[in-house]
Every structure is written in C-alpha cells, then in structure tokens.
Design a protein around this ligand. Structure first.
Ligand code: ADP
Ligand code: MG
Length: 622
C-alpha cells in the first residue's frame, strides 16, 4: 500500500497555528504590543488603518533585534524567552511559545524595521506569507517597527469573517486597554486612519485608570486594595460604593501582569459590596494578583482569557476579605479617622448616597453583652466629633418643649483600662425628637440618628459575634408556649441551633408548639411571643438570603425583632448609651439592611435654608 502520511510544509503549519493565535486584527495588536513590552519598550505607538484590515503597525523603542534575530524571530518556535520546558512554569513574560510572529507572517504581508542599541544600522525585512522577500540594512531608530499589512490576504474566508470596522476597532481598543492597565509606566498612542484616537502618557496606575476612563463615574472614587499573603499578593483599586455605576466594562482582573476573566473571582469582589449597592449597580475594579507562576496554568490556549489557579478557593477568600476591608476602612475613615489628630468631621449623607459600610474585622474578645466591653475605640473617637463645638450655644440650652429632653452627655474614654471615667471637660447635648430621632450637635452640624435603626445595628453586630460563641441568655421565669403554623414551626426549628448561640432558646414541644426557655440578655424585656412572631416574619421575608448568607440573615432578623422601635421615649442615659454603643460598632452609619442610621444636617445646609427664607422674606417685604 502506498504511504499517505506526509509532513506539512512550515507555511501550512503556521497557517494552522495562526488560526489559533491570529483571529482578528486585535490579536495582532495584542501579540505585537506584548512583544514590545517584553522587549523593554517605554513608548509604544499603534497605527491602525481600516480597523486593521489594511494595516496594523506597532512601533516601539525597545531593545530591537540584531540582523540574525530579526530573521529568526519569524520562524516557528523561535523565541528568546524560554530554553527548556521547565522554563514554562516560571515564565513572567507574555509570549513564550515563539509562534506569534511566525503565525502573523503566514497570513499577512509583514515589514519589519529593527535596530538594537549597540548597532549603527538596523535591519529591514519584508515577509509575505512566510516567505522572506527582502532583507537589507536600513537606517532607523533603536527599537522595532512591525507593519502587518493586508491581514488574511491569502485566506479570503477569514477576511470575510471579520466584523464591521467599528467592532474590530473596539476589539483593538479593548486589547490595548488590558495591556495599558498593566503597564502604566509605558506610554501608548493609538492612531486610527490618521487620527490620534488614544494617548496615554506614562503615569502611575491610578492616573492611568483615570486617564483611560476619563469622566466615568465609577472611577471617580477609587479605594486602594492591598494585601500580601503567602499564597497571593494583590493590589489595585475598587470603586467606592457611591461611585459604583450601571456600567460593567471597568472590571479588570490581572494575574502576574496578564488580563484574565473569572466569574468566580468576580464574585469575590462583588460580594464584598453586599448590602451596599442596589441591584444592577456595580463597582469598577482593577485588581492585580501576583502568584507563584507554578501555581497557575496560563498555557490553556493562546487567546483564551481563562486561567486555572491551583489555590482558587484560598485566593477567593483573600480577595474578598481584602476588598471588604478596604471598603470598610474607607467607609469609616471620614467618621472615625483614627490617624488624624485633628477634629473629625462627619460626612454629610445625602438622600441619594448609597451608604457604604460592610463589617470590618471585629475584635474577637469583644463581648457586647458586658458593659465594660463597650470600651472599644469607638466612643473615644466619637468624642472627637464634638471638639470645637460652641459648647454652650444658646440654641442647645433652655427648654425645647415637651418632647425634647435636653441632657448633657459626658462621653468618657476609658478604653484599654485607662483610669476610668473622669468626667471630661467636654459636654454635649442630646435630645429626642418625636420618640424617633436622637439629635445631637456635631462639628459639622446637627446629627440626626434614627433610634430604631441604630439599635438594630448595635444588636446586629453583637449577635453576629455571638453566633460564633455562646452568649448570655436570660432564663424566662415563666416560659411561654407559642403555637406556630407548620411551616413557621419547621423554619424556626431549622435555625434553632444558631438561635441558641445567640441566646434565644426555643424548645420543641411537639404539635407545632415551641416554648421560649430563654431570651438573649440584650433583648431587654421584650415579650417572647411578640419577638418570635417578628423574627419569623423577618426570616420568611428573607428566606433566600437565609440560604445565601445565613449568619447575616439570622442576626439581622433577630436584631430587627429585638430592637426598640419608633415611639419609645428614651431617657438621657439610654440615649447616651445607645449612641456610644452605635459608635463602638464597626459600621455605625448603616443599618443591617443597608439603610442609613444617621444623617448630618450641615451648617451649610442650614445656612442655605435660612438664607432662602431671608431672601423670600425680603421679596415679600418689597
Ligand atoms: P514569543 O514572544 O513567544 O517569544 P514571538 O513570535 O512573539 O514569540 O516573538 C519571537 C521573538 O522575537 C521574541 O522572543 C523576541 O526575541 C523577538 N521579538 C519579537 N518582537 C520584538 C520586539 N518588538 N522587539 C524586540 N524583539 C522582539
Ligand atoms: Mg510574543
């Protein structure tokens, strides 16, 4: 029988490889620009004609190639980047297969001009469909210019497959963005049919991001993310919750300087914003992971953007925690800024602001149920907000009518076992409005606290901690039996273990009846039956989140069922106590369901209001 197996000529093999590497003009841009960066360029220009159909040219000021290298570079498996298979696992540069240039020359007409720094003259090469047409010395600047003309001229099917000019150009832009975001130190210019489309000067990362997305809401407020662990080091930026937007095109993950997509890691970032953003609103993020190259597999496919991580789970957690911590720090910073020695100002919360506050790391030794353990940093910093107030301003003195109780509060900082509670010189007033709001002057104006929400926040944080360890319970003197509907009964029993840890002991009495044996000590004289009823209502309303985020759902439902509501008149001590405890929370300004607990009416706002009044009064007088 006749032998039929034949080795393919290189040009055909290259074309086959090109099918993988070069799918459209954007892939050419990607390969060439990555090569420029690998060659140490600090400045890269990209020239595009007809969305790359006619021309893709990349000009760099990198190290250039010698005459021999220039020729070799276009051979298959020609690379200066690896020598042995094991190098594959420690590789830091972009390309490594040595097939990009070989693939490109197999499907286009290519002209190269290149000169290394030491040489007087450069080399010019013309290659058409893998065949070298010309090679000659040329005078050119140090660096490399590669012009790829008439892409797919020899594969009409491929050429037809290209999308509209605008689509192709957008692909080019997005490839360039991914690279530019990894190399803010390199300047990039993108030309389209003779016009300058993009110009990115060398910059810091933050400047680069802002320059690239000039005007976009989600990059207006960026918070630093930065963490180093043994498994992964990561840094970058995420949106403040306020600047999050509907747009979803500013979400970038990189690993070891390479863009990748991962819905898994994306969820780690987005989940850090849980409760902080309304539906359909997303933060921008630019996060750069550094891992041991041996721990990832980038070798899946030359154009794929998925990457396999060995320590996926651990990295997810670290990423999530890092973002959450950053948002937490940011959210607290304006309220309780521990670094600044000066006076702290509370930011003015507007109605349209999404209030941002996740729980930040909590002190595990903190026992919210013991009076003396309230002495966290909170109250002390809280005190600072009063600094500089006109302490005896007449507005806050005197009788304000029946429902306003004017008191003088002394907030004592006696944390960390410092000599306790000498009355500080500072005094401030607190009063209640309509048995609903607690009002108190702060440096920037008048702070209004929603008492019910504040109490829910305080209880919520206390309960969250107690889920992880038993908390004091108050045995009921007269245990109350409550009969429930079958579904309520099942629901309640399914979470009874966690409830017990939070101090609520319900015993199954059979026949859809439970007995409340003990109540959380912090529940303060709530009626057990009422509380159960409210708790079940909350749990049912939130059944989905009970599955997704069990601890949060349970603690916030419990908090809601135990909290004081509007309509409860509070005494001076109670108010002061509540405010102190609120500011000992990790997230004082937001209720567990994401609504604000407080707002500050700024002096500015008051001034404006009164000014308006003044003006309109003047008008009517005239
Ligand atoms: P790889 O990047 O995987 O090594 P390529 O086909 O992309 O494979 O490039 C082959 C080789 O050509 C590179 O290893 C590098 O030595 C050289 N080269 C390519 N582009 C440039 C450039 N812009 N400047 C200097 N050298 C380059
Ligand atoms: Mg390459």
């Amino acid at each position: 029988m006749q032998n039929i197996i034949r080795l393919l000529p290189d040009s055909v093999a290259n074309q086959i490889a090109a099918g993988e590497v070069v799918q459209r003009p954007a892939s050419v841009v990607k390969e060439l620009v990555e090569n420029s960066i690998d060659a140490g360029a600090t400045s890269v220009s990209i020239v595009i004609k007809d969305a790359g159909r006619t021309l893709v040219q990349v000009v760099d000021n990198g190290r250039g190639m010698s005459e021999v290298d220039a020729r070799l570079a276009f051979e298959r498996h020609a690379t200066s980047k690896i020598r042995e298979a094991s190098d594959l696992f420690s590789l830091q540069s972009f390309g490594f297969r040595g097939e990009a240039l070989a693939s490109i020359v197999s499907v286009a007409e290519v002209e190269v001009k290149t000169r290394p720094a030491g040489d007087d003259a450069g080399t010019r090469l013309v290659i058409n469909g893998s065949e070298v047409q010309q090679q000659e010395p040329v005078s050119c600047p140090v660096g490399t210019s590669i012009a790829v003309k008439n892409l797919f001229y020899n594969i009409p099917a491929r050429r037809k497959f290209l999308k509209t000019d605008n689509t192709e150009f957008r692909c080019i832009e997005s490839e360039l963005k991914r690279i530019a975001l990894c190399h803010p130190e390199v300047s990039f210019t993108l030309w389209r049919d003779g016009g300058k489309e993009v110009e990115l000067p060398a910059a810091t990362l933050k400047q680069r991001i802002t320059a690239m997305f000039a005007g976009a809401k989600s990059v207006k407020g960026l918070i630093d993310v930065d963490t180093k662990t043994q498994v992964v080091a990561l840094h970058g930026f995420v949106s403040t919750p306020e600047s999050a937007s509907k747009e979803q095109d500013k979400q970038y993950l990189f690993v070891n300087g390479r863009y990748f997509q991962s819905s898994y890691f994306r969820s780690a970032v987005l989940r850090a914003y849980e409760q902080l953003l309304p539906q359909g609103v997303y933060p921008a993020y630019f996060i750069y992971l550094e891992v041991n190259p041996a721990g990832i597999d980038v070798n899946i496919h030359p154009t794929k953007t998925e990457i396999k991580f060995e320590d996926e789970l651990v990295i997810w957690k670290i990423l999530h925690a890092a973002v959450r911590e950053s948002i937490g720090k940011y959210a607290l910073a304006p309220t309780l800024n521990f670094e600044t020695s000066g006076i702290i100002d509370i930011p003015v919360l507007r109605r349209d602001t999404v209030v941002s506050v996740p729980q930040v790391a909590v002190d595990p030794s903190y026992n919210p149920f013991r009076e003396e353990s309230k002495k966290t940093q909170g109250p002390r910093e809280w005190q600072k907000m009063y600094d500089g107030l006109a302490k005896d301003h007449p507005f806050f003195r005197g009788d304000q009518g029946e429902e306003s109780i004017i008191i003088t509060s002394k907030i004592n900082a006696d944390a960390e076992g410092e000599p306790a509670a000498e009355p500080t010189a500072f005094q401030s007033r607190i009063f209640q409005l309509r048995a609903k709001y607690i009002l108190t002057p702060v440096k920037s104006g008048l702070m209004v606290i929603d008492q019910a929400r504040a109490h829910r926040r305080v209880l919520y944080e206390a309960l969250l901690q107690s889920i992880d360890g038993a908390s004091p319970a108050q045995q009921e003197l007269f245990p109350q039996a409550v009969r429930l509907s079958p579904s309520d009964y099942d629901l309640l029993l399914s979470v009874s273990g966690d409830l017990l840890r939070m101090g609520l002991e319900v015993r199954d009495f059979g026949n859809h009846t439970v007995v409340v044996q003990a109540m959380p000590a912090i529940a303060q004289a709530k009626n057990a039956g009422e509380m159960l009823e409210e708790l079940l209502a909350m749990l049912k309303r939130d059944e989905k989140s009970l599955q997704d985020n069990h601890r949060h759902a349970l603690a916030s439902s419990m908090a809601a069922s135990m909290a004081i509501g509007a309509g409860k008149t509070l005494g001076e001590e109670e108010m002061r106590n509540l405010v102190e405890r609120l500011f000992a929370c990790s997230s004082p300004d937001v209720c567990p369901d994401g609504k604000p607990t407080l707002t500050v009416i700024s002096i500015d706002e008051l001034d404006k209001k009164l000014l308006k009044r003044e003006k309109s009064e003047q008008k009517t007088e005239n």
